[in-house]
Design a protein around this ligand. Structure first.
Ligand SMILES: CC(C)(COP(=O)(O)OP(=O)(O)OC[C@H]1O[C@@H](n2cnc3c(N)ncnc32)[C@H](O)[C@@H]1OP(=O)(O)O)[C@@H](O)C(=O)NCCC(=O)NCCS
Length: 172
């Protein structure tokens, strides 16, 4: 499914995305905020991730659904759902450094949220944010996500236990 908006479109991953995915995600400022993305990020990792997404898309009940934030044909970022259960899923997202602060992510989360509630029929969408990531918290708040609390030492990253701030939005 392609979701068209002004500055970008949301679309599935496809073969050919490897280079722009690697080039744009391979930034310490991005990866330090993400739970599962390794750094440095290689072309091989990009290939594996795209293959995984293509395989998942064929499933009747996918466990994850990810969209590329496509600007001029490139992977400028991504937004998607993981840990999909019948009624809820976890939202994750990132955007290339050069586009930060332009409102793109706020809009992408808005479009993805709509997809989650209307197409995936979710009742609850949640996101977990590291304590220092105020920009991400703001993106969620601007989209009507509510802060629910701190999951103390819920994440393990580079051998360190990190608190996670949980935000959620409920279908009206
Ligand atoms: C988080 C991220 C997606 C935000 O992208 P973005 O393009 O800056 O988002 P937007 O421009 O739509 O909105 C950012 C908002 O946060 C605010 N903000 C940014 N940095 C901030 C800070 N340090 N403190 C407070 N607010 C901040 C901006 O002012 C803006 O709010 P406003 O419109 O009320 O002024 C981007 O920084 C990113 O990709 N980070 C790395 C990956 C990541 O953190 N993913 C989320 C994991 S939970």
């Amino acid at each position: 499914m392609i979701i068209g908006t002004g500055k970008f479109i949301l679309r599935p991953f496809r073969k050919g995305d490897e280079v722009s995915l690697r080039n744009n995600i391979n930034n310490e400022k991005i990866v330090r905020n993400l739970a599962v993305v390794p750094y440095p990020y290689t072309i091989k990792m990009a290939e594996e991730w795209i293959a995984k997404n293509l395989k998942e898309a064929k499933k009747k009940k996918p466990l994850m659904v990810n969209f590329v934030i496509d600007i001029d044909g490139e992977v400028a970022g991504a937004v998607g759902f993981s840990n999909i259960e019948q009624h809820k899923a976890e939202l994750g997202y990132w955007l290339a450094r050069k586009y930060w602060g332009s409102g793109i992510m706020t809009d992408a989360v808005k479009q993805a949220g709509k997809f989650g509630f209307e197409k995936l029929k979710l009742g609850r969408i949640y996101a977990k944010v590291y304590p220092w990531n105020k920009g991400s918290m703001r993106v969620l708040e601007k989209n009507g996500f509510k802060f629910e609390g701190v999951l103390r030492k819920n994440a393990l990253k580079h051998g360190k236990l990190i608190d996670e701030h949980i935000f959620a939005k409920i279908r009206k």
